[in-house]
Design a binder for this molecule. Structure first.
Ligand SMILES: [Zn+2]
Length: 123
């Protein structure tokens, strides 16, 4: 499916064509970008953001991304923290594929447990 926003990547300059390539939508699914910001936030490819993309661990996400930056390289981080990030970011990346073509409201793209946590937090 073609992405409905069609931004150009702020890193490499080519178009961000699909939802699962989109850093912005991944952050949205993780509850870290508000829906109102989707239309006016510069986007980039997930693969152009190794600090985040290194946490997608899925045979479909091939080849895996390696982050060589000393400040963000997961190989320099604590194993438990890395495992948690991998679980979350990989789940969010799979979510971007699940939601496509389902006719869901955009707010429903956000991971259910994160939506729930936000709802409870707003009480
Ligand atoms: Zn790019």
């Amino acid at each position: 499916m073609k992405c409905d926003h069609g931004y150009h990547c702020t890193v490499c300059g080519t178009q961000v064509e699909t939802l699962e390539d989109s850093w912005l939508y991944l952050e949205f699914v993780l509850g870290r970008v508000e829906v109102t910001r989707l239309g006016n936030t510069p986007d980039h490819h997930l693969r152009c953001d190794p600090a985040l993309a290194q946490y997608v661990v899925d045979p479909e996400f091939a080849p895996p991304v390696v982050d060589d930056h000393p400040a963000t390289d997961k190989r320099r981080r604590e194993a438990a923290e890395v495992a948690e990030q991998e679980r979350l970011v990989t789940r969010a990346w799979r979510r971007l594929q699940e939601v496509q073509g389902k006719g869901m409201a955009i707010e429903e793209y956000v991971l259910p447990e994160i939506r729930m946590a936000k709802l409870l937090g707003e009480d």
